[in-house]
Design a binder for this molecule. Structure first.
Ligand code: AMP
Length: 296
């Protein structure tokens, strides 16, 4: 496994450009089983490059940029056995050395939800993802459905800017308790971890209601808000449509259940993407199904 630190070193990726697609899994490190599941999905598709970069521009002022966990040696030890070909782990200067003036702004999908709570967040995400796509030039990039709004703004960037990359999303990996895995779970003590379960419980309650035929958005939101009470601060509980995040009174088609809350020192988010189209409530996709892509 090669560890590449500079843009110039990325020419080494050429040895893996061939019939199978070069797959990029962008991360901010502090890797856990959620990240590793995306890597495993990628490895079934082609040679995998993992980027590890704590991107300063996606942290709003006052957020946890300095405290964000960084442990490259531990991350490399987790990636090596998965057959990852290369890790791209640039310094901040390598990505932002020249005072850049051009940034990528999200469209309407970046408003509300995390875009409302975290000013500049999605512009920071899109700008760094665009840079990573330009540098690595992957054929496929994989993102986690846990960051559902992020998936949708990236999808719109790729479509609108005609970027030559196929996107795939992977399911959310959870602790046995239901808590979605997150690098920020390290901030939680035991009691906080227990309270943090309220996020997935809120989503599951709404999923059950959908399964029982409830389609009224306000009723679903109300139920999620009730479940989120153990959190220290609820940032949002919303029900939106995929992919454009509309908020109709009655939901149908593909639905995003989205919650964000503060528990102790951590801002946590969780999502479920559910497809109601066939009558049953089944998991939906935000980008592409990796299996379909492999067959294509
Ligand atoms: P991050 O390092 O938090 O920026 O996440 C890197 C990628 O891993 C993003 O595409 C996330 O959506 C994804 N990811 C984070 N947590 C999980 C999880 N629990 N399950 C699946 N994917 C995840």
């Amino acid at each position: 496994m090669e560890v590449l630190r500079t843009a110039a070193q990325l020419s080494r990726l050429d040895q893996w450009r061939g019939e199978r697609p070069l797959v990029l899994v962008p991360t901010m490190g502090a890797l856990h089983a959620g990240h590793l599941s995306l890597v495993e999905t990628g490895a079934r598709m082609g040679p995998v490059v993992v980027s590890i970069f704590v991107n300063p521009t996606q942290f709003a002022p006052g957020e946890d940029l300095d405290a964000y966990p960084r442990d490259l040696a531990a991350d490399l030890a987790l990636l090596e056995p998965l057959g990852v070909k290369a890790v791209f782990s640039p310094a901040v200067d390598e990505m932002y050395g020249q005072p850049g003036e051009v940034t990528v702004q999200p469209g309407s999908r970046g408003r509300g939800l995390c875009g409302g709570d975290r000013p500049g967040h999605f512009s920071g995400v899109l700008t760094v993802v665009a840079k990573l796509f330009g540098l690595v030039q992957p054929q496929v990039a994989i993102f986690g459905r846990k960051d559902a709004q992020q998936c949708l703004v990236i999808r719109q960037m790729v479509e609108d800017l005609r970027m030559p990359v196929s996107l795939v999303d992977g399911p959310t990996v959870r602790e046995a308790s239901g808590l979605a895995m997150s690098s920020r779970n390290r901030y939680l003590d035991e009691g906080q971890q227990e309270r943090a379960m309220c996020l997935s419980q809120g989503l599951n309650t709404a999923r059950e209601m959908l399964g029982n035929g409830e389609r009224n958005r306000a009723a679903l939101v109300g139920a999620m808000l009730r479940e989120l009470k153990p959190a220290d601060k609820i940032e949002y509980a919303e029900v939106r449509l995929v992919p454009n995040l509309e908020e109709p009174d009655e939901v149908s088609g593909e639905v995003l259940l989205a919650v964000a809350a503060l528990v102790g020192p951590a801002r946590l988010i969780d999502n479920l993407v559910l497809d109601l189209a066939e009558g049953d409530v089944v998991d939906g996709f935000l980008l592409g199904d990796p299996q379909q892509w492999s067959k294509a």
